[in-house]
Write a protein that binds this ligand. Structure first.
Ligand code: FE2
Length: 587
């Protein structure tokens, strides 16, 4: 068995068999309750090691990125190894040309010692376990292999920055994975997007999705051309035009000393400032960066498809959390299929490290490496006794409901305007709630969606996402020739059929798109039945699915987290397979 870890932004842990088949994977924030947890994923690691049976042993540990923390972060990292508060890193202000990886001696050995220390309570061979540090973007490319590790595929990774790079391109076929292009951090489209996100006080690396949603409200402005002047694609590799070498920076530095002016470009932030000056409002600026990102990545993908002849592309890295960009790529005439690894950001590196190392050794299992993302070990019990005990402990009402009646009862509550928090089974691995920790409500009323936004203190420009039965998908949505994989994990937008724009008000964006999740009865039977029962009652086989958590918190992990959310009034009722928990009515 192999353990994989991701240590920085979105720390996570994974366990696979010796050929890379997933046994379990957990994002640390779900357990630590610290959003985008940074550091060693202590709790996830401990939970996964409990799954290793005595007759089997862990043969190695793969860390899916080099320790690429700038020295300031590295010191903090070492000072408080297992308890890093969220601290989004990699904003454009910090990414400067000339940035170098810290020397290998900085924290790697200390980090290894700390990890061995944690593992030694469970593993006899912890002190001698081989540890492999895999490159950041090779690990992202590794996650892209997950959909089908042996099919001929063009793999593309794009993010803010990792190990001094912002992306890579590779060709995968059978046992081979060959990197054909690499993109320096200084030319990071992800960091440029973050530089724009940082205007108007949004948080870079966390709020990019809001900018993507806002873009639909904007229009073309001078900012589009300003960005186009600074971003180009040269032989399939993004290139951002600003002075990167010491020599090239001398003249603009001198000019700026002489007379501070917006026209002098030294960094990506200066480009963002210049673009901001060319817009009347934030929506237009969001439109501009979204437009230029889409154009650039489409040009890049077109280049590599022509160059390699591969039309099936697999994507990973934080840039591909951009659901609109992914739709554009799927719509390119040149692409045949587009897939996105569901945990596309750095949280996925725990698995990607393992997969890319095995691939390079010819030891990776052939075919799909996962069948769903419900990858955490199941810890909650949903029997009557446990639920009654939980109700007593937190002063809640519990109503037991028979297993064959639960879906129908939940549908009834939703039809009558209720907001249901649904909690069951294994936690999802990745940034999306896929129906095991989901808030469900009626998609037909804008008002109920607005009221939920108010209850969750949520400001979003993108509406909530719909969930739909797979066989009903085409009734409501149009995708052209996109493959369905992205819709299983909510990683792509598509068009809502015009006749349903007014019906599905709660989930249709101003540009007529939505970000649907398709579900199957054999993957999540309870979740499927809830949507099916709602459909039987209303004729609409769609619900709103949004992540079950309180404002800016990680998605709920254990049942206690969902109970806290109920008590914080995020939902009207907490529904589990055993029945309903509710706050007691005032006497
Ligand atoms: Fe990354």
């Amino acid at each position: 068995m192999i353990v994989g870890l991701a240590l920085s932004h979105d720390a996570s842990a994974a366990l696979t068999d010796s050929s890379g088949r997933v046994i379990a994977a957990i994002g640390e924030e779900r357990l630590s309750r610290r959003k985008n947890h940074r550091g060693i994923p202590t709790q996830s690691l401990a939970a996964l090691l409990e799954l290793v049976p005595p007759e089997l042993e862990v043969t190695r540990l793969v860390i899916g990125s080099h320790e690429s923390l700038p020295s300031e972060d590295a010191r903090r990292f070492l000072a408080d190894l297992d308890d890093q508060a969220s601290n989004p890193r990699g904003t454009a202000r910090q990414a400067r040309p000339g940035w170098r990886m810290p020397s290998a001696a900085t924290p790697m050995v200390a980090v290894e010692d700390a990890i061995r220390g944690i593992m030694s309570t469970t593993l006899a061979n912890a002190s001698s376990l081989p540890i492999v540090w895999q490159n950041h973007h090779l690990s992202h490319l590794g996650t892209a292999l997950g959909v089908n590790s042996s099919a001929p595929t063009l793999l593309i990774s794009l993010d803010g920055e990792g190990d001094g790079e912002s992306g890579a391109v590779a060709v995968s076929d059978g046992n081979l994975m060959r990197v054909v292009g690499r993109i320096p951090a200084a030319d990071s489209l992800g960091l440029l997007y973050s530089a724009i996100t940082a205007r108007y006080n949004f948080t870079p690396t966390r709020h990019e999705g809001k900018i993507t949603g806002l873009a639909a409200y904007g229009a073309s402005s001078a900012a589009v051309d300003i960005l186009r002047q600074h971003v180009e694609v040269r032989a399939g590799i993004p290139f951002i035009r600003y002075p990167k070498s010491f020599k090239a920076r001398l003249l603009p530095l001198a000019l700026r000393r002489l007379k501070p002016s917006r026209g002098v470009i030294l960094t990506m932030d200066d480009i963002a400032d210049l673009a901001a000056d060319g817009t009347a409002n934030y929506a237009d600026l969001a439109f501009a960066i979204q437009q230029v990102l889409e154009e650039s990545v489409c040009e890049m993908v077109d280049y590599w498809i022509t160059r390699t002849g591969l039309r099936d592309i697999a994507l990973a890295g934080g840039v591909f959390s951009n659901v609109k960009l992914n739709q554009r790529l799927a719509e390119l005439p040149a692409t045949r299929s587009v897939t996105v690894f569901p945990n596309m950001g750095d949280g996925g590196l725990a698995l990607g490290g393992i997969w890319s190392v095995l691939k390079s050794e010819g030891g990776l299992d052939a075919g799909p490496l996962y069948s769903d993302m419900f990858l955490a070990p199941e810890t909650d019990q949903f029997d009557d006794l446990t639920m009654r005990a939980a109700a007593a402990q937190f002063g809640l009402d519990f109503e037991a409901v028979a297993a064959d009646a639960i879906a129908g009862r939940i549908a009834q509550i939703i039809v009558s305007g209720g907001i249901v928090g649904w909690h069951e089974g294994a936690m999802e691995f990745g940034p999306r709630a896929l129906g095991h920790r989901s808030i469900l409500l009626d998609p037909r009323h804008r008002e109920s969606v607005d009221s939920l936004n108010a209850r969750l203190h949520r400001t979003e420009f993108m509406p909530f996402a719909p969930v739909v039965l797979r066989e009903r998908f085409n009734d409501y949505f149009e995708t052209g020739n996109a493959s369905m994989q992205p819709f299983e994990y909510m990683t792509m937008t598509c068009t809502v059929r015009p006749e349903f724009h007014s019906v599905l008000q709660g989930v249709t964006h101003v540009d007529g798109t939505a970000r649907p999740q398709i579900i199957d009865a054999d993957v999540t039977p309870n979740y499927y039945n809830i949507v099916a029962e709602f459909g039987r009652a209303t004729g609409i086989y769609v619900l709103v699915n949004t992540s079950f958590n309180t404002h800016e918190e990680p998605i709920n992990g254990r049942l206690e987290d969902s109970i806290s959310a109920l008590m914080a009034d995020a939902v009207d009722v907490l529904a589990t397979p055993a029945g309903f928990l509710r706050v007691k009515a005032a006497q």
